[in-house]
Design a protein around this ligand. Structure first.
Ligand code: NAD
Ligand code: IPM
Ligand code: MN
Length: 359
């Protein structure tokens, strides 16, 4: 395994360090060769290279077996615009690696039901997967522009999807639905947007032609936002575009009580990108408070993708063990009910339990 590690900014380096250490120990225990290279991304790359994602980093990424990314961005770089923003660096590496399908699984284990903002009976049984289109839509659409005199400026972006872009991500989502509960809900805004009308037509056609064994439904995004917080257990796989997926997945992430829990895998090209859904959390950076679970579970998704299911299962068992033991970082801790742990302490428990699970 040859992994490019891009810790990035804020809490990115803190959670990345724990993930790499965990991967190293698991690989060592099974004699799996494990090598890492580390480089800058986002704000840290702006500071080091004057570019949030230099081509040299893209080259390293393309030569690796997988890329592990912490998070990018922060107040220090908030005045930058356009391609110089840390977030643009993230968009660039997604585009360059052609990782058009972003998988964001949300399962709320029994142990976290109490931390959910929803009532226990509303959260029970939640186990869904958001498949977010990641390299198209309004994030990348042209034309886009901001122009005009100060005080009378105009700006616009373009939400654009081609049939091919919709079809390839829909195929990934249908395939996952087949492997899971057999149900796919495609989320759009077809009552208003012509781009969503095409989206719906393409998904419907693909369903009829190749996936009629999967139960397909369509939902408008405003309703989907509401349904996610009323009865999330109704969903199996949610397929949606780049912008809607960004918003819905943050909402879905907090069903378990914290954004610090949700992992992701970005796939579709020859090298996968594995990153937590959360950002650089500038408000808690550098204090050892970050929840490492999203990053650790992103690493487990990487292990699955690199055909190390035994290591992935052990890592997930390690996370579950920490939760079962009542360990919680500050985002999830409840006085008198759970045991407060820092990033390091929780990660250490995960590692020990994962190694034990490996036997
Ligand atoms: P954020 O996800 O960084 O933080 C939102 C809230 O959740 C904060 O209160 C934060 O403390 C908390 N939180 C997030 N992750 C946590 C964790 N692992 N443990 C405990 N608490 C956690 O979102 P934001 O504040 O809107 O954005 C901050 C910066 O991160 C911005 O520059 C934004 O563009 C960037 N961002 C980057 C990514 C990424 O790199 N993939 C994703 C989202 C946001
Ligand atoms: C995410 C983030 C990114 C996105 C930003 C930082 C570019 O919010 O991964 O969810 O919008 O895709
Ligand atoms: Mn987001």
């Amino acid at each position: 395994m040859n992994i490019l590690v891009l810790p990035g900014d804020g809490i990115g380096p803190e959670v990345c360090y724990e993930a790499v250490e965990t991967l190293r120990q698991l690989c060592e225990a099974r004699g799996v060769p494990f090598e890492t290279q580390e480089d800058h991304a986002g704000g840290s790359a702006i500071d080091a290279y004057g570019d949030p994602m230099p081509d040299s980093v893209i080259e390293k990424a393309k030569a690796a077996d997988a890329v592990l990314l912490g998070a990018v961005g922060g107040p220090k770089w908030d005045d930058l615009t356009g391609a110089m923003r840390p977030e643009s660096g993230l968009l660039k590496i997604r585009k360059e690696l052609s990782v058009f399908a972003n998988l964001r699984p949300v399962a709320v284990p029994e142990t976290l039901a109490a931390a959910s903002p929803l009532r226990p009976e509303a959260i029970a049984g939640t186990d869904l997967l958001v498949v977010r289109e990641l390299t198209g839509g309004i994030y990348f659409g042209e034309p886009r522009e901001r122009s005009g005199e100060a005080g009378a400026e105009v700006a616009y972006n373009t939400m654009r999807y081609s049939t091919e872009e919709i079809e390839r991500v829909a195929r990934v989502a249908f395939t996952w639905a087949r492997r899971r509960g057999g149900r796919l809900c495609s989320v759009d805004k077809a009552n208003v947007l012509v781009v969503s009308q095409l989206w719906r037509d393409v998904v419907t056609k693909l369903h009829a032609e190749e996936f009629s064994d999967v139960e397909l439904s369509h939902m408008y995004v405003d309703n989907a936002a509401m349904q996610l917080v009323i009865r999330p257990s109704q969903f199996d796989v949610i397929l949606t575009g780049n912008l809607f997926g960004d918003i819905l997945s943050d909402a879905a992430a907090t069903l378990g009580g914290s954004l610090g829990l949700l992992p992701s895998a970005s796939l579709g090209g020859s090298v996968g990108l594995f990153e937590p859904v959360h950002g650089s959390a500038p408000d808690i950076a550098g204090q050892g408070l970050a929840n490492p679970i999203a990053m650790l579970l992103s690493s487990a998704m990487m292990l699955d993708e690199l055909e190390q299911p035994e290591l992935a299962t052990a890592l997930r068992a390690g996370v579950q063990s920490a939760l079962d033991a009542g360990l919680r970082t500050a985002d999830l801790h409840r006085e008198g009910q759970t045991t407060k742990a820092g990033t390091k302490e929780l990660s250490q428990h995960v590692r020990e339990a994962a190694l034990k699970a490996l036997g």
